[in-house]
Ligand binder design. Structure first.
Ligand code: ARG
Length: 467
């Protein structure tokens, strides 16, 4: 015989749901992970109920002690989750009421509708903080790899064709910048997650004189200036999940950035590029081809972007047709939200670990970066400095490139006479343009990949990230 739960459906119902309905509608299999936040929310609610006189001091104390004990059992893996009790809220409340009779008063002026909105917000606050920490970790790795290979120059690409030389560190710092904007987006999202919905009840608040401010303060729903953050409309509070959508949107942009980094890593690790070598522990072999070493961490990071984008689309679609206010559809928000959080966090962490175990093949990088064609634009700039309009300079250098190609020579193998056969403006100093070290020293605009500027940017990030 199944034990009857003190919170099981009462009064109105003559029977419980059928087994198939129960299995279809349970959420305990995934929302159990909200348990810490559910306990915290209930403790704050109980404290408030005591303050307004619904609970005696003794009752409130017993409830909080009971919740604390349940928390210990869950943490120790000793708590028995009961699927017939549907979700994490009912499981915890039921276990509490079995132990503490006053537990039956805990749900006063509270509905699972505002309770679940609260729990998800509390959970997401922690998740965002943890994710931000992981992103900073990846940024630090990128800066460290850049510093460790500060002299390495590679071709920069547009259209995946060699374009102009850049420091390897400059390429990595591009991702540090992207990740910084991801952090800003997550912080911005945090400010809207960090608003307390408790007290909204099922839809219309309560006739009891709750102290919403006290609950919000106890749960840390305050902004940077210490101002208490309460939802201002009970119907909005129980029915919208835009804060979760925002997180999934910020997560989708983050995943997109990680996927691009992954793609670069995959290209760089190929024999064609051979710019980097990923440590064995972060690669896998082929079951058939003995020579293979595959960049699976990067490939999976790229691949998992699909599900992160999908989660965002699922949540948008979930919400779009819902009439006000709470509908059970909303239970479907959690797995998508959890999946985005887990996926992006794992990708950030693994990409960081992989990059810490990746070495740069300075020789291959130099060989690729020494292609003098990468400095064709510098040659045009040289002519501009001699007074030639840029459009004409572009045309002249184009003709020089064609000449070199025709003669099967690299650009820097042309003689002064060759250059002057195209245009008389070229002087003796023209061939000096192809000195890579000098060329890199010249690119010192803010944000450019010049020697001094990249060192400056590395220093700036090192300082920013050490805080
Ligand atoms: N498990 C539910 C959810 O995740 C909790 C809220 C249920 N509320 C209700 N009135 N049935 O949305």
């Amino acid at each position: 015989m199944k034990k009857k739960s003190p919170v099981s459906r009462s009064g109105r119902f003559t029977s419980g749901p059928g087994a198939d309905v129960a299995a279809f509608s349970e959420s305990i299999s995934f929302d159990w992970r909200l348990w810490r936040h559910d306990l915290l929310g209930s403790m704050a609610h109980a404290t408030m109920l005591q303050k307004i006189g619904v609970l005696t001091k003794t009752e409130a104390k017993a409830i909080i002690a009971g919740l604390d004990q349940i928390g210990k059992e869950i943490a120790a893996g000793k708590f028995k989750w009961r699927p017939e009790l549907e979700d994490v809220h009912m499981n915890i409340e039921s276990a509490l009421t079995e132990r503490v009779p006053a537990g039956a008063k805990l749900h006063t002026a509270r509905s699972r509708n505002d309770q679940v909105a609260l729990d998800v917000r509390l959970w997401l606050r922690d998740e965002i903080s943890a994710l931000l920490g992981e992103i900073v970790g990846l940024q630090r790795t990128l800066v460290a790899v850049g510093e460790h290979n500060a002299d390495v120059i590679i071709p920069g690409y547009t259209h995946l064709q060699r374009a102009q030389p850049v420091y390897f560190a400059h390429h990595l710092l591009a991702y540090v910048e992207m990740l910084e904007r991801d952090c800003e987006r997550l912080w911005d999202c945090y400010s809207r997650v960090n608003v307390c919905p408790l007290g909204s009840g099922a839809i219309a608040g309560s006739t009891l004189k709750l102290d919403r401010v006290l609950v919000a303060k106890l749960l840390g729903f305050v902004d940077a200036d210490g101002k208490v953050q309460l939802t201002q409309n009970s119907m909005d509070a129980v029915s919208d999940r835009d804060f979760a959508i925002e997180f999934c949107a910020a997560g989708a942009v983050l995943a997109m950035h990680l996927s691009r980094l992954a793609e670069d890593v995959i290209l760089w690790a190929s024999a064609e590029f051979n710019f980097i070598k990923i440590a064995d522990a972060y690669t896998t072999g082929s079951s058939l081809m003995p020579q293979k070493k595959n960049p699976d961490v990067a490939e999976l990071t790229r691949g998992k972007t699909g599900r992160v984008f999908g989660n965002l689309m699922a949540l948008l679609t979930l919400l779009k047709g819902l009439p006000m206010t709470y509908n059970r559809d909303l239970q479907e928000d959690k797995e998508r939200l959890f999946d985005t959080a887990d996926t992006v966090r794992a990708c950030v962490r693994l990409m960081s670990a992989m990059l810490q175990h990746t070495s740069v093949n300075a020789f291959s990088c130099l060989a690729a970066a020494s292609d003098p064609a990468l400095l064709a634009t510098d040659l045009a700039d040289y002519l501009v400095q001699k007074g030639m309009p840029f459009r004409k300079a572009h045309h002249v250098v184009g003709a020089v490139v064609a000449l070199a190609e025709g003669e099967g020579k690299a650009l820097n193998q042309l003689t002064l006479a060759d250059l002057q056969s195209v245009d008389q403006t070229f002087g003796r100093d023209a061939l000096g343009v192809f000195d890579l070290t000098r060329a890199m020293a010249k690119r010192n605009l803010p944000g450019a990949p010049g020697t001094k500027e990249v060192a400056k940017q590395l220093g700036r990030w090192r300082k920013l990230l050490s805080k």
